[in-house]
Design a binder for this molecule. Structure first.
Ligand code: SAM
Length: 193
């Protein structure tokens, strides 16, 4: 047995959470790798909403989807993920992924922040059905990433376990602030603010 690395394990969590026809959310489109993967999991009858605040990311994601001829089920949203509720509340998303940090190969000053990430999670927990899953890959090697990690962990640690299961997957003996996964499973309706 070998322990799965961070990205393969993220994919496994997503594929265990989604079935054909479901709605999924990519909260950080970036270069579109996760959007494409989610689109393949939900199939032609499913839906993917993919958010990014950078136009370059939306363009890169659209190009990736066009290349793979898989644009039909994806809605690209050039806006912040802390408005998820506004765009997706009628669709009851079954799963969402966040790849935190900045767009690889781009301006490192535009990065996810603790405040908007927590707001997006609160909205997702509200609109998701019970058993809905949120997976976050947390990159905390940069300055904003450290603050975001602290804000995120402070919020999720205080969620009642009766309402949300929270798990962390981390290689504890890796050096250099290696990324880790946080996974949330909604267990019961509640107030997540
Ligand atoms: N998942 C992506 C992929 O497959 O290529 C990589 C995502 S990258 C690490 C993080 C992305 O989050 C950047 O493209 C950045 O513009 C975006 N971002 C930052 N703040 C955001 C926000 N409030 N709402 C949506 N996207 C945001």
């Amino acid at each position: 047995m070998s322990l799965p690395q961070i990205l393969p394990f993220t994919k496994r969590l997503m594929s265990d959470s989604l079935s054909i026809g479901d709605t999924a959310i990519d909260a950080t489109a970036g270069n579109g790798h996760d959007t494409l993967f989610l689109a393949s999991l939900v199939g032609e009858k499913g839906k993917v909403y993919s958010f990014d605040i950078q136009e370059t990311a939306i363009i890169n994601t659209r190009e990736r989807l066009e290349k793979e001829q898989i644009t039909d089920r994806v809605t690209l949203i050039h806006d912040s993920h802390d408005k998820i509720e506004q765009y997706c509340k009628d669709d009851r998303p079954k799963a969402a992924i966040f790849n935190l940090g900045y767009l690889p190969g781009s301006n490192k000053e535009v990065t996810t922040t603790g405040k908007t990430t927590v707001k997006a999670i609160q909205q997702l927990l509200t609109i998701m059905p019970v058993k809905g899953t949120i997976v976050l890959v947390v990159y905390h090697g940069h300055e904003e990433g450290k603050q975001e990690k602290d804000q995120l962990l402070a919020y999720i640690r205080n969620l009642s376990h009766e309402h949300v299961l929270v798990a962390k997957y981390e290689f504890m003996n890796h050096k250099n602030d290696a990324p880790f996964i946080v996974a949330l499973e909604k267990r019961r309706e509640g107030d997540f603010l």
